[in-house]
Ligand binder design. Structure first.
Ligand SMILES: Nc1ncnc2c1ncn2[C@@H]1O[C@H](COP(=O)(O)OP(=O)(O)OP(=O)(O)O)[C@@H](O)[C@H]1O
Length: 452
């Protein structure tokens, strides 16, 4: 049930650092235990929020007391309290209301089960380490995959499970397979990164040492073979990394997926479960998906499938909003969440860089195919791209591949944004997050573009 907002009029009481500035009036909200304040920040200006008393968290991360946090425009979030809290907000919000019906108890119960599995894995590994030096073991912490249709709260639940684990001192691995949003780097990628601290409510997942593969499009349907190849590669690399780190292995992995759950999308979800050898499948908010998965997974020993309610607070976002948040996400990569970064403009000769595209290579001639087969472009073929003005505004990935042959299976160092192509002088102007030469001269193009 939604409880009417208990906005208590009154002047702001100040806080660290600086206290509220002049602007729209501060509003205070009294949260009873196990309730949440749901907020949608307006489109034009950030909103500030502070915890006045009690304890509260945003998607699993505790709020510091008496400290103003600034949430960027258009952000949607909930401040949840297990035991009661007073919250103050300042700034324009499109929505701010208290709800006392949430699925949080069922979510924390899942966390408690995962926690037990982490401890069990750690104890088993410690016992085995006494008898032999540590190598790749079969014992491991939970491998969780979160599934559900678009806007069912997958990313939020993933964040909570990761942050709750980090609060207990674990360093779980976050994996994001949703190329539409790109919560770890930018849209068009799949990525994994260890979560060392509860995820910052404003900044999101830190970009310290992510393992990123470039798919290059914002929907997996553009090249499903490539998507599957990259998911497999990411899973393989992660397995290798985890096999030699006992603590990380015990902490486990939480995987966020895309919201495409029908037809080919459903097949891709099954592929992800297999590729990551997921042992806990959490299904949010859709009976049909749950029962389809349940029928398939009952044949797999040791895989638990759990149905969870979608939170009433999850906000449905239309395609315009998603498009806009993709632009924000790309901008954030180059400029930071609040313009704190300054990307560097550089110029290179055509001969300094090699640009490739994956998929869509030349088709095999019909005469070379078995009778009745249709020629199709090889979806995972690496194809050179001739540099032209078509690349202006493209966002390209900088690959770690030593040569083009390795490109498909190499992760990436980062991204550049092409600002100009000077054909007569054969020069490319681009923007990169840091100064100096690029870590590699092999770049990958997809269909990602960004107009500053
Ligand atoms: N309890 C809540 N109160 C307010 N906002 C919420 C709540 N839970 C989630 N949201 C917001 O709703 C939006 C959708 O949630 P989320 O991103 O978790 O869904 P999703 O299933 O991962 O979406 P998709 O896969 O379609 O991109 C996000 O902006 C999120 O911050």
């Amino acid at each position: 049930m939604v409880v009417a907002a208990q906005a208590m009029a009154g002047a702001a009481t100040g806080g660290a650092p600086g206290g509220p500035s002049v602007g729209s009036a501060a509003r205070k909200f009294k949260l009873q235990k196990e309730s949440e304040l749901r907020v949608e920040v307006g489109w034009d200006a950030p909103l500030r929020l502070q915890l006045i008393s009690g304890t509260a968290e945003v998607f699993g991360t505790e709020l510091p007391p008496a400290f103003w946090l600034s949430f960027p425009p258009a952000q949607k979030f909930a401040v949840f309290t297990w035991s009661g809290a007073d919250i103050e907000i300042e700034g324009v919000s499109e929505v701010a209301y208290i709800a006392d019906e949430t699925p949080m108890v069922s979510y924390i119960n899942v966390h408690a089960v995962l926690e037990r599995r982490r401890h069990k894995a750690k104890e088993a590994m410690a016992a085995e380490a006494l008898s032999a030096p540590f190598t790749a073991r079969s014992e491991q912490g939970p491998r969780v995959i979160v599934m559900g249709p678009t806007d069912s709260g997958k990313s939020s639940l993933t964040r909570m499970l990761l942050s709750w684990a980090a609060r207990q001192g674990w360093r779980p691995m976050s994996v994001d397979l949703d190329v539409g949003q790109g919560s770890i780097t930018i849209p068009g990628t799949i990525a994994a990164t260890p979560i060392e601290m509860p995820i910052d409510p404003v900044e999101g997942i830190p970009l310290d040492v992510p393992l990123v593969y470039f798919y290059g499009h914002t929907t997996p349907g553009v090249n499903t073979d490539l998507y599957k190849a990259l998911v497999k590669e990411l899973a393989k690399t992660l397995d290798m990394q985890l096999s030699t780190h006992a603590d990380a292995r015990a902490a486990g992995v939480v995987i966020n997926t895309m919201g495409w759950v029908e037809g080919v999308g459903y097949e891709l979800l099954l592929h992800s479960i297999d590729a990551f050898n997921a042992k806990v499948v959490l299904v949010l908010g859709q009976e049909k998906l749950y029962s389809m998965l349940h029928d398939v997974l009952k044949a797999k020993p040791g895989v638990d499938i759990v149905k969870l309610h979608k939170s009433g607070g999850v906000v449905a976002r239309n395609s315009k909003y998603r498009q806009r948040s993709r632009i924000f996400k790309t901008r954030e990569y180059f400029y930071g969440i609040s313009n704190e970064l300054s990307p560097h403009a550089s110029v290179a000769n055509f001969s300094d860089l090699q640009v490739f595209r994956i998929g869509g290579g030349p088709q095999a001639p019909r005469s070379a195919l078995p009778i009745g087969a249709e020629p199709t472009a090889d979806p995972t073929r690496v194809v050179p791209v001739s540099i032209s003005r078509d690349l202006i505004h493209a966002v390209l990935a900088v690959s770690y591949a030593k040569d083009p042959e390795q490109l498909l299976f190499s992760n990436i160092a980062g991204f550049v944004y092409i600002t100009d192509i000077d054909i007569p002088r054969k020069r490319i102007s681009y923007v990169a997050p840091c100064p100096g030469p690029l870590p590699n001269n092999i770049l990958i193009a997809g269909s990602l573009a960004w107009v500053e």
